[in-house]
Design a protein around this ligand. Structure first.
Ligand SMILES: [Zn+2]
Length: 268
């Protein structure tokens, strides 16, 4: 597996029970749960795309932390809320109710283990709303300091080298994700099947359907029959590298802020 080759010493489940018990700095330690999805990413990218990307960002971010920084990583929660992609082969989704419960119960266990700071590093747009409200529930129920980082959605959203159209509509399996996968695991990209998946009716809209004043529920099959929103044909691994390194830098900086976070002292 390409995951956490270089940062295994931060993978919490490799510790023994006694080591977890004796960990120093539990008040400042940051426990990180990567969350993502297993869902269709067009004909050309693996269904594990979001899971690969979020772990790649996290590993790069961990490598940027100062030595001895107390960051502990939990196993990826790869199953997320992906019901927008049902009907496309390769999608495995939890229901909202199950996903919420899983995230809350992991939070409960973080608190039981004596930690005080817990962050979700989310790599899938469809998880965003749930992660955002679950962190408050966990805070209320456990008193943990809880955080949400949404990679590429709010943390380091990619813009460099994208057309206006792609920057607006390229939200799924388009240029950005294909560029990143071409960089970090090209062996899983079926480039010959990469489509330009921007339906023409979307290109004529001034405001994307998911950003307007009138929000409406959409499924991928309603708006993108290929399962792709964006142009995967223009992907470029060099830009993928840029996106990954920008995100890793930003995530590392935010993890350092989380270690120091106190409500009364918080400054943006
Ligand atoms: Zn994705």
């Amino acid at each position: 597996m390409l995951i956490f080759k270089k940062t295994q010493e931060r993978f919490l489940p490799f510790l023994t029970s006694r080591e977890v018990q004796l960990l120093p700095d539990k008040d400042k330690a940051v426990v990180i749960l990567p969350v993502a999805s297993i869902e269709q990413h067009g004909p050309h990218l693996p269904v594990f795309t979001d899971s690969i990307v979020v772990q790649e960002v996290l590993e790069r971010a961990l490598l940027k932390l100062p030595e001895g920084f107390p960051a502990w990583v939990l196993p990826l929660q790869s199953y997320g809320k992906s019901n927008e992609h049902t009907g496309f082969p390769g999608t495995f989704t939890l229901t909202s109710e199950t996903f919420i419960q899983v995230l809350k119960e992991i939070g409960t266990n973080v608190a039981r283990n004596g930690f005080k700071r817990f962050v979700f590093l989310n790599g899938h747009g469809g998880n965003t709303e749930i992660v955002d409200f679950v962190i408050r529930d966990i805070r209320e129920q456990t008193n943990l300091k809880v955080f949400a980082l949404h990679a590429f959605l709010r943390v380091a959203p990619p813009t460099a080298g994208l057309s206006e159209l792609e920057g607006t509509y390229g939200i799924h399996a388009g240029d950005v994700e294909t560029s990143i996968l071409l960089k970090c695991c090209p062996e899983y990209v079926r480039r010959e099947w990469a489509p330009n998946g921007l339906p023409s009716h979307l290109q004529e809209m001034k405001t994307p359907p998911f950003m307007g004043a009138l929000n409406y529920a959409w499924l991928t099959r309603d708006i993108a029959p290929l399962g792709v929103l964006g142009d995967a044909t223009t992907a470029d691994p060099e830009r993928g590298e840029q996106y990954l390194s920008d995100a890793a830098k930003e995530v590392a900086g935010l993890l350092i802020k989380i270690r120091e976070f106190e409500f009364e002292k918080w400054q943006d």
